[in-house]
Design a protein around this ligand. Structure first.
Ligand code: FMN
Length: 342
């Protein structure tokens, strides 16, 4: 049984991949989608979305990372996939599930599920372009507005050369509304000879049990469930062995949240870091009353220094000049250099 951490654009970046895979139970993770239009992307672009490329394509915990591409031009996707492999990507994953209007309008993501022949051509060209030892995998929804074409799409991907498929068991039109139609995962698995991963609406160990009973899938991918309950993969892996683990408490989670904040502060411009923190915290409120209380405090706050204090994190110092990050902001607020050094 393999458990994967889902790719989530704007949410599961290298920092969250680092923090979540350290909790345990995750066998592999995926970058956010990297969008390919009509040109070869520069290596810096790949490294920005996948800093793990510089570390053997593994997170700090040693969890392997795959690189996901999104686009509709088979030749261009193939060229970019080949470059990603040269840069160290160990697996190329292709996105056929994104429901975003802007992405679908430019013929990317879930809209391609209307064109199984194109799915086939994309996987075939990417497969041809990357070294034989590098697997090409795909992530699909059940269809655009109906699941009726799901089997054709899955077959097109498998025949094109995909070695695994993750099925997010909803159509594009379903968006993220529950339920996920897990029964379709079993139908897809019956139709293809490659591994199929079940994805969608697994928020708890009980959900996983129900999903497995309905679709029979041993392999799963966890998205929002794992972000809102960071030990979900660990719990499921234990449950599968018949063990009953104590759920992660707030005292174990808070240091992870603090580390996430420190890393976000170092990496992101101060206007963006608070948004990331609030996104994760908002999902944690589903399972942790302490997160609800903290979220109420941070919700309207955009000042990173005040957020440091609310999270109980010492001020984040810049490694090069020893000043707090966003020293200008601190200076304006506190007034003196002496206060800054305190
Ligand atoms: C904010 C957000 C961003 C997402 N970004 C991606 C993405 O970049 N690539 C992808 O294949 N799926 C993406 N997805 C879909 C998830 O990987 C997953 O299929 C979906 O959330 C269903 O799983 P869940 O119910 O466990 O969350 C995204 C979902 C969300 C909510």
């Amino acid at each position: 049984m393999q458990i994967a951490l889902a790719p989530m654009e704007g949410l599961v970046d290298d920092i969250l991949r680092d923090v979540l895979t350290r909790v345990g139970g995750v066998d592999w993770c995926v970058t956010e989608f990297i969008r390919v239009n009509d040109r070869l992307l520069p290596p810096t672009y790949f490294r920005k979305f996948a800093p793990e490329l510089a570390h053997g394509s593994r997170t700090r915990a040693g969890t392997p990372m795959r690189l996901q591409l999104l686009g509709s031009d088979p030749a261009c996707l193939a060229e970019n996939a080949a470059l990603a492999c040269v840069l160290g990507a160990p697996v190329i994953d292709l996105n056929f599930g994104c429901p975003a209007k802007t992405v679908n309008r430019s013929r990317g993501g879930a809209v391609l599920l209307k064109e199984p022949q194109l799915l086939h051509a994309i996987v075939r060209e990417v497969r041809r372009a990357v070294p034989a030892g590098i697997p090409v995998t795909a992530k699909m929804r059940l269809g655009y507005d109906s699941p009726d074409g799901a089997i054709d799409c899955a077959r097109a991907l498998a025949d094109g050369g995909a070695s695994q498929i993750v099925v997010h068991a909803r159509t594009k039109m379903d968006g993220y509304k529950p339920p996920a139609h897990w029964e379709w995962i079993a139908r897809v698995q019956e139709a293809v000879n490659i591994e199929v991963y079940a994805n969608g609406e697994i928020w708890s160990v009980d959900d996983w049990r129900r999903c497995r009973a309905i679709c029979g899938a041993e392999n799963i991918m966890l998205g929002r469930g794992l972000i809102s309950r960071p030990d979900l993969a660990r719990q499921i892996a234990a449950a599968r062995k018949g063990l009953d683990l104590q759920p992660m408490g707030w005292s174990e989670l808070l240091p992870l949240l603090q580390d996430f904040w420190r890393q976000s502060r170092r990496k992101m411009a101060p206007q963006y870091a608070p948004g990331r923190l609030k996104q994760w915290l908002a999902l944690l409120t589903r399972n942790y009353p302490e997160a609800t209380a903290l979220f109420a405090q941070v919700r309207g706050e955009r000042d990173c220094i005040k957020l440091d204090a609310l999270l109980g994190v010492e001020r984040v110092m810049n490694a090069e000049n020893g000043l707090p990050v966003r020293a200008d902001q601190a200076r304006a607020e506190i007034g003196t250099e002496a206060a800054l050094a305190s």
